[in-house]
Design a protein around this ligand. Structure first.
Ligand code: ZN
Ligand code: ZN
Length: 446
């Protein structure tokens, strides 16, 4: 029997997290967020974008904030067709589902992600789009009194001052990008970004001009402007483009393919895990008292073995280092945050003056429930294989604080304990240890 992949969502009436099949969730979200009058290929493009975001954020429960609108049988039929005909298909970049941003209408060109969020995302590049020209959002006018603008800006900028409330020179030094979106402008004594003005004055987009008759803003487009332009997609569909051509037009350099979703054989499909072997290079970490084994070598051996085992289950595994090299904490953090994994595990060895101390010890960051649960799951499988453990505790490490994901620090054994150091000389023991870490992680995710 084919296992249906389920997504988590927050059920407001029951006030708890529930699950439903992925494709059902795509239907619900598409019926909330799309325009059923759109061409079927445009609806398919949006269905794929929605599915991609669900596949990307598997650990997060979906919040449904509106009721689905199924106005009539025709709309419902179109929504179902769009979902069924793209079943399982997602947009990927480098083998991973993308952050499939979309907006109603771009007003002439979409936007580079760094101009909106500050982060450069390679597939969210500016593309020209005249397709949304006939959309109801192509152009929009909004007028303000100078006093109104002053009041709205002062909410965010308490020191905001204007010499004279006069239209001439009230807003000046407008800096635009080559495509007409306002990047910055000067109002009174403040320099404010176009996206902040858009937010503060509730304009439809950053592509606006100001007419000094009162102060009238004429803005073009609707939404942040990143990624898929929905009205543009509709027009392209009407002109005969298919959903995958539309998606490839708006998302730069992506692939359209079947999602690698968790299955019976590969339960960690779609999961991203980063393993961080401690120390390396000049920094050897602890050294065994009896055999002189080095922490940096042992943790690398464990990490490489763990990577292979987790990849067999379908996970995408990254190592912060895969050889004996120097690596600063800041680089470990950068590597982890760049990838934004579901889980980060740092591997170390322990040492204590009292040489009888032994066993695997784990630390999670305060309030990090996920890594605490993964730690407890690993502890359970360690016990099953009779490996001594010292439990899962709360730790407060620099690395954890800066990593934007659930992180666990695992200390695999004490190099100050002769008996334990000897065990680490034996590859069989390391295999057994890795098996229990691997099992613990797997059991948490399935
Ligand atoms: Zn557009
Ligand atoms: Zn260490």
């Amino acid at each position: 029997m084919k296992k249906v992949y389920e997504v988590k969502y927050f059920d407001k009436t029951k006030n708890k997290i529930m699950t439903m099949p992925l494709e059902d969730m795509v239907s619900i979200l598409l019926s909330i967020e799309s325009n059923p009058n759109f061409h079927i290929e445009a609806l398919k493009a949006q269905a794929v974008a929605i599915r991609t975001n669900l596949a990307r954020n598997q650990l997060k429960a979906v919040e449904i904030d509106k009721e689905p609108i199924f106005e009539d049988g025709v709309s419902r039929g179109k929504i179902n067709k769009a979902v069924n005909e793209t079943e399982g298909i997602v947009i990927t970049y480098d083998g991973k589902p993308i952050d499939a941003q979309y907006h109603l209408s771009c007003g002439g060109s979409t936007e580079n992600s760094e101009n909106i969020t500050g982060n450069q995302v390679l597939y969210l590049r500016r593309v020209l789009c005249n397709y949304c020209k006939n959309s109801p959002y192509w152009q929009n006018e909004k007028s303000f009194l100078l006093e109104e603008i002053q009041e709205l800006i002062s909410r965010r900028y308490p020191d905001f001052k204007v010499e004279d409330l006069e239209i001439v020179g009230f807003m000046e030094d407008i800096e635009r990008d080559d495509y007409g979106r306002v990047r910055y402008l000067k109002v009174g004594n403040e320099i404010i970004s176009g996206s902040e003005i858009m937010e503060l004055l509730e304009l439809d987009s950053t592509r606006f001009i100001i007419l000094p008759t009162g102060v009238k803003f004429i803005s073009r487009g609707k939404g942040h402007g990143m990624g898929l332009c929905l009205y543009g997609a509709n027009k392209m569909a009407e002109e005969g483009y298919s959903f995958d051509e539309i998606l490839k037009y708006y998302y730069t350099g992506v692939e359209i393919e079947k999602a690698k979703l968790p299955s019976e054989e590969r339960p960690l499909n779609g999961r991203i895990i980063t393993i961080d072997p401690g120390h390396g290079g000049d920094d050897c970490g602890y050294k065994g008292d009896y055999l002189g084994l080095l922490e940096k070598d042992l943790v690398l051996e464990i990490s490489l073995m763990l990577k292979d085992r987790l990849e067999e289950l379908g996970a995408l595994v990254f190592l912060t280092r895969d050889k004996d090299q120097n690596l600063l904490a800041i680089e470990r953090i950068r590597k982890a945050n760049e990838i934004n994994p579901d889980f980060f595990i740092s591997i170390h060895m322990d040492y204590f003056p009292n040489s009888t101390m032994k066993g695997v010890e784990m630390f999670h960051f305060r309030d990090d429930e996920i890594s605490k649960k993964i730690g407890l799951s690993i502890m359970k499988s360690l016990k099953e294989l009779n490996i001594p453990t010292r439990g899962v505790k709360e730790g407060n490490f620099y690395v954890f604080r800066a990593i934007g994901t659930s992180s666990l620090m695992l200390e695999a054994g004490f190099l100050s304990n002769k008996e334990e150091e000897i065990k680490f000389k034996d590859r069989k023991y390391i295999e057994k240890l890795v098996t229990s870490i691997w099992k613990g992680i797997r059991n948490y995710f399935i």
